[in-house]
Design a protein around this ligand. Sequence first.
Ligand SMILES: [Zn+2]
Length: 262
Amino acid sequence: MSPAACRVVLFLSVCLGASLTGAEAGAQDCTGKLGTSRVMQVDPVGLQVGTKHFPQTLDLADREVVLTFDDGPLPGTTPAVLKALARECVRATFFVIGRNAAAQPDLLRREIAEGHTVGHHSMTHPMTLADIPYDKAVADIEKGIKADDKAAYGASGTRPRVPFFRFPGFGASPELLTYLGQRGIGVFGADLWASDWNPMTPEEQLALVLARLDHAGRGIILFHDTRAQTAKMLPAFLTTLRERGYRVVHIVPALPKTATAP
Ligand SMILES: [Zn+2]
């Protein structure tokens, strides 16, 4: 990646597309692409964001978006989503289901190798965690985190590598929110969504999410990388973001605060 190729990147003097690992990414030219405009370090402690569910959201400027994809990884659709993101030098966040991560560790590792953030979305995707007994819900959350980290990094510790969580079906209860808060795990809702759980053509999908985005002007957008209609419309969606002056913000967890020596 030449410095000239990075001029399209706003805010940061870092060309994120250039730092992708792997031969394919290394050969990538991000000139004229949408790109990732900046990286936002998000402190997960006490975090509850997404105005569909919480009073507050991330500190995004007008026309800034955070792209999130739930429920993967899944062969077929997830690789198509990754290809579309890579082609526009864009980084996203995947909230993965533990059993899918365990079944597709190579896909999960590819997401990480290509610079995306991988957060958690429970082990079995109960609909919803708020509607099953608390102990079972906590166990499903913890199993999911362990399965994700084992598949991604080969081992799981007490603290998830990426302490980001999204509730399946946004089914949170006050008790589970308290639990995650005590674990230092940030909770992500969304500011708008594609409604891609409803079957529609890629063209209809594209029109719907663009209309919602133009209305909102910014925000955390929820897609599903398990949906073919989403994978198919994503290239056109990203091209349109560029044409309309939207900028993609990549979220990563802030490093844990270390205790100062006495
Ligand atoms: Zn889900």
